[in-house]
Design a protein around this ligand. Sequence first.
Ligand SMILES: [Zn+2]
Ligand SMILES: [Zn+2]
Length: 83
Amino acid sequence: MVKVLCTDHTLGSLGDGRLGCLDCGRTHCPHCDRYYWPKLGARNVHKQHMTIQMEFPNAKPFEREQLQTGICSSECWDKYLGG
Ligand SMILES: [Zn+2]
Ligand SMILES: [Zn+2]
């Protein structure tokens, strides 16, 4: 994935169930509407049979969420769950 400057993000499906920018590939946070690069990068294509907890055992919960729901931070996660 090439990291390019992108200011006018185009929201769409990234193809793995998450939403993000179709132009630069950044993940979209459904809570704060921010576009960002997930801290953990991307899931290893050879480890997709594993759970994300097995692949990243030492990651913080929100860091895994970045690769799953797209929620960007523990702050957003709390607010997202709390409504
Ligand atoms: Zn973009
Ligand atoms: Zn957020």
